[in-house]
Structure formats: C-alpha cells, structure tokens
Design a binder for this molecule. Structure first.
Ligand SMILES: C[S@@+](CC[C@H](N)C(=O)[O-])C[C@H]1O[C@@H](n2cnc3c(N)ncnc32)[C@H](O)[C@@H]1O
Ligand SMILES: [Zn+2]
Ligand SMILES: [Zn+2]
Length: 468
C-alpha cells in the first residue's frame, strides 16, 4: 500500500489485515480505542482469526482470547511504528455477566460460527491461557490483562493515565460505586537512545555524538558555578558540591532520547507547599532557602518552574457529545495530549527524523529578579517565583533539525479503530497527518464525511489567519 494514496484517509477493513499491508516504520504515533470486551456489537462481519475462532473483535467467549487478538493487532502496530514511536490505548473494563458465572463458551455467545457452521458452543483453539471462570459480578480486569500481555510481548508501558470523566454516564447499581474513569495506556518500543539533540547547535542525529569528548563551544561548554558564585566554596567554607571546588563545571549540550516525547506542562493547581510552605517564609534562617527542612532540595538545581509543572497522570476530561450514530467516541480533548507529546509536528522528508522541540537550558535568576510579573502572568505562585533561583525555563527555544536540508512534512498518526474519526480530526487540528482503519463501512462513510467538514473549516480558518 502506497502511503501517498492513503494519507489523511480511512482504509476500510480489519485492523490486523490492513496493518499487514502497510509499509514498515511509517507512523510516529498510534492513538486508539478498541471495541471493549463483551459490551456492544459493531455490526461488522465476523472475522476468521488465525487461531481458528470466528467472530467480531470484542465478542470472544474468553477474555483471554480477546486479549490475544488485541495483542496480535498491536504487534502489527509495532511493525508500522517508527523506532521512536508510541502507542496509546484507551480501554475499559466489563463486569462478568449478570446471567451467572462467566465461563468460556457460556450461553450469550451462541451465535458464534466456526468453519462456516453455526455451533452451539463457540470453538476456539486454546490461546496461551484460558480462564476457568470469572464469577458473576466481578470486574473482568480487561485493562490490566491487556497491559500485562503487552508488557510481556515487549512493549514498554510508560504511563497509565486515568481519564476521569466528571460527566460520566450514571449507572443503576446500588451495591457498588459508579465508575467515572477509564484507562489510557502509553506504550513505547524503545528504551535505548535512538537520537540525540544538541541544544546549542540545534542539531538532531541518530549517530552517537562525541558529547564532552567533542568540541568546546559546540558539543560542550564550561558554565560558571552559580552555587558558590564561582568561588568553589560554599557558605561554610567547604568545597562546593556542584563544581567540586573549580568554580565552573562542564555542560554537555547533547541530550539522548529513547523515543519521541515532548514534555507537556500544566499550571499549578495550588500554591506549592515545599520550600517553606505557601508563604515560602524561611523558618528562623536568613537565607532564601534556610529553615525549610529541605536539606536535599537545597542543593538541587531545579526549582519550581513558573511555566508550570510536568503534566500529571489523572486527566479530567468531559465526555464530548456527538450527534453521530456511534456510541463509543472518545472526546477530542482526551487525545490532544498524546498527539502533542508523541507525534512531532515536523518530520524530515528525507531521513524521517523529527524536528525535535528544544526546551531552554536552565536559567539563573537572582532572588526576586523580575520573576514576579512572569509568575503572575503564568498563574503560578509569585512567592515561589520570587524565591526561585533557578528553573528549567521550559520555553521553546527552537527545533533541533537533521542535517539533510530537506523539506519537512507533518508527523503521522494511526488509528486502527477509527470509529467516528476523532483521532483524525485532532491530528489535523494539530497540523499532523493521519491514517485510519475501520471495519464497519457505515462508520467509514460517516467519519470520512466528518473529516471532510473538518478540513473545510480548517482551510477557512487558516485562510483568515493569513489575511490578518
Ligand atoms: C471504541 S470504537 C472507536 C471510537 C473512536 N475512538 C472514536 O472516537 O470515534 C471501536 C471501533 O472499532 C471498529 N472495529 C471493530 N472491529 C474492528 C476491526 N477488526 N478492525 C477495525 N475496526 C474495527 C468498530 O466498528 C468501532 O467503530
Ligand atoms: Zn561551585
Ligand atoms: Zn533529515
């Protein structure tokens, strides 16, 4: 399958089979939500799986068979992802059937066919394991089982996001609590450095750079020690912890990356309670950080960042209504962060490396030195900024680019369970490209239409942007 012909479109068909026809290593990121187990039917043709079972994904008689099928599909995703790629999977649990204990092959799956015949008991070849039984009323632990199976198959699970739904759907139960969250897993392929960025020369490369053995002013530099004001001694006359008495220290301009990830910041939700409580008043001591009881933090060179803190792993996101006849669309807001953090906006057309956003080197600020306004502006605690000597500026200072001198194109997102097409919509809004796969022809049509409307709106908006 040729990438040009499928770019920003939805391929009708089965996630497993279609991915097999795609070229290797073309996607920067995959974001998806599969059909949940034993919850609803998507009116797709029953597929014939390699293990001999025939039926719709999600209607397997045994949850482990379902997990097996999902892992098969995601191992194809592994192949089509770039080495630095990410896979995000949104999934939720199912309660074991109210009709009795859920045994493999229990009554509600009688429609299942095997080898063209309708059979009473669904047949499936024994997958790696089968469950003896999950007792009625129990959670089936589907998300947990998937996560473990994925990790057992070589995926690196970097995050388990709790998607907290403040407007979750009410449930009629009275003997347990109403669920108002789902899981969103972030998996990556690589835990070894696959590219390096240089914050000074703004270069990205996939060949190991010389680092501090390289050229001064390019690969590394000396930096005056701000801890001892270049004296080499701390306040008590002891050798400075940071520069080991030299008054300066080496900084390596190269940073290694195991996979593509752009850190996302969020605003502080409340004033920081470290470094002397919300008022940041030194207790007893004179120094800006004395009397805080934070012996170790005192010598750390990273202070609260007035631009915000690293995004946390519980995300509060409302369900987004849809007027389309599809009941399982995730909100656009849910997938913005995965796409922003894991799919580069610019990718080299020649070598495929991303233009890597660079964050500023840590900046030094004298006590009170003009950071109050900045903190006010950014909605963080001004006291924290006033008492902050240093922070990682986390300010885009540009992009690290490869040496190809070629054109850039947008990064590419895959969703192999496209549904209403929201992954594509968010990708396009964020200037990325997408490829979708969807088995149900009705949804392919519906989502294609939605995406066409979205493209028209975006084109109009961008036209206006260029006018003003
Ligand atoms: C949970 S929904 C995805 C919803 C989507 N994230 C959205 O926001 O609209 C799962 C989708 O997978 C589709 N599907 C089911 N089996 C499939 C298969 N084997 N290959 C591709 N798509 C499949 C269903 O038709 C359904 O639209
Ligand atoms: Zn020093
Ligand atoms: Zn390049």
């Amino acid at each position: 399958m040729n990438l040009e012909t499928i770019l920003n479109s939805i391929i009708p068909g089965d996630a497993l089979k279609v991915q097999r026809e795609l070229p290797e290593g073309i996607f920067d990121c995959a974001v998806t939500s599969p059909p949940y187990w034993a919850l609803r039917k998507y009116d797709t043709e029953g597929l014939v799986w390699e293990d001999g079972w025939r039926g719709e994904l999600g209607s397997e008689p045994d949850p482990l068979l379902y997990i097996d099928h999902l892992v098969q599909i995601f191992m194809e995703t592994w192949r089509v992802l770039k080495p630095g790629g990410s896979l995000w999977v949104n999934i939720s649990d199912t309660y074991s059937g109210s009709g009795g204990d859920h045994l493999p092959g229990a009554g509600r799956y009688k429609h299942i066919q095997y080898q063209g015949k309708q059979i009473d008991k669904p047949y499936f070849k024994t997958p790696a394991m089968t469950l003896k039984s999950i007792r009625a009323k129990s959670q089936c632990c589907i998300p947990e089982r998937l996560k473990i199976a994925m990790v057992d198959n070589g995926w690196i699970c970097r995050d388990t996001i709790i998607w907290y739904k403040p407007n979750g759907i009410p449930e009629s139960c009275t003997d347990r609590f109403t669920r108002n969250f789902e899981y969103f897993y972030h998996f990556v392929k690589s835990n070894r450095t696959i590219y390096w960025t240089n914050s000074k020369t703004k270069v990205i490369t996939d060949k190991k750079p010389p680092g501090t053995k390289g050229i001064e002013g390019e690969d590394w530099d000396y930096k005056d020690c701000e801890y001892c004001s270049k004296t080499g001694k701390d306040g008590n006359g002891n050798i400075c912890y940071r520069c080991k008495g030299k008054g300066k220290y080496l900084i390596n301009h190269w940073t290694g990356h195991d996979y593509y990830f752009e850190q996302q910041l969020e605003k502080y939700t409340s004033e920081l309670d470290r470094w002397g409580g919300p008022e940041f008043k030194p207790v007893g001591g004179k120094g800006w950080n004395e009397g805080t009881g934070q012996e170790l933090d005192r010598i750390r060179d990273v202070r609260p960042n007035p631009y915000g803190r690293n995004k946390r792993s519980v995300w509060k996101i409302k369900l987004q209504p849809s007027n389309l006849p599809h009941f399982a669309a995730y909100p656009e807001a849910l997938i913005e962060t995965p796409i922003m953090s894991c799919c580069p906006e610019f990718v080299c057309t020649e070598c495929g490396l991303p233009a890597y956003p660079l964050m500023g080197d840590p900046v030094s600020i004298k006590d009170g030195g003009g950071c109050k306004n900045l903190a006010d502006e950014l909605g963080t605690s001004p006291t924290s900024a006033l008492r902050t000597k240093q922070w990682n500026s986390h300010k885009h200072t540009g992009y690290a680019k490869c040496a190809c001198d070629a054109e850039f194109k947008p990064g590419l997102v895959l969703d192999m369970f496209m549904g209403t097409g929201r992954t594509g919509i968010v990708a396009r809004k964020l200037n990325r490209n997408y490829v979708g796969i969807e088995l149900n022809q009705k949804y392919v049509k519906m989502a294609t239409n939605e995406l066409r409307i979205c493209e028209d709106i975006l084109r109009e908006e961008r036209k206006q942007l260029t006018i003003f």
